[in-house]
Design a protein around this ligand. Sequence first.
Ligand code: GLY
Length: 332
Amino acid sequence: MHRRKFLKNSSLGSAGLLGAATLAGCGGKTGPEAGAAPMLAASPGPVALCTWDFGNATEKAWSVLNAGGSALDAVEAGVKVEEANADNQTVGLGGRPDRDGHVTLDACIMDPAGNCGSVMGLEGFLHPVSVARKVMEETPHVILIGEGAAAFALEAGFEKQELLTEASRREWEEWKKTSDYQPVINIENHDTIGMLCMDEAGDLSGACTTSGLAYKMRGRVGDSPVIGAGLYVDNEVGGATATGLGEEVIRTVGSFLIVELMRQGMSPQEACEEGVRRIMAKNQGRTDFQIGFIALNKQGQTGAFCIHPGFSYRLYNGEGHRNIPSETFLKS
Ligand code: GLY
């Protein structure tokens, strides 16, 4: 059993055992001093949170955590719910295509040891996050792209399938009539799911998955599969993940920045606010795009901040399950 989990369980079941176990780790002292030794704090986990109001995804992650599962298994299981949700047109099945009609998926995952895997521009596979996990666990690489990623997915046993749904195809056909084939930036069509979880042992993992900007140029990749931009996790400090216009998140390496700000002492909320402010400072006067960040620190505290109203995040922890409206840079 993981040592922290053991200590946490011990604290629930036997204070005396906890004292002995704590001191065994501090040089094996026993006797009266044992009771006076500082107790190791129990993990504030489990915690699960994700961008936007994806209740089914956080609930799935929570069910994994609640059964004693790892944060890594929880984030994968959680975001897979939205990858398979045909009604969500910004992730996985039913995602809006690029301007040539191809649904191209980007995803990444990070574990508590700092291992990471990513796929970019993956076509024809329902669960890019699971392919990213395989890249992390079964290759010497971090990122696979396009055809190479698809060949790897097939080899790894994933089944190919059509991801362009009739609804998304019809919308794309309509878009083509008036768009002049120009990719558009918009504020609404960015419901990327980024998820952060802490398990009972206090270990952190994260995942991020998207079909990217609707009607993007073929080959365009956003922030979601870029480690440090769309997602970053440091198990000593915390994790952060992003939704919104990926180009802007990449320019500031947003998620890494937020984790580093937390390392320097900021709360998750303060760090998310600073992350958005850095982006706005590089875009003086521009308000035609949305970015939202969420963050979780090692103490189980969370934060979120976005540019425009409308962003929220789903949080599942010991206090319950709720949707939390984000603080915003621009007020409505
Ligand atoms: N954040 C998703 C994207 O820009 O592709």
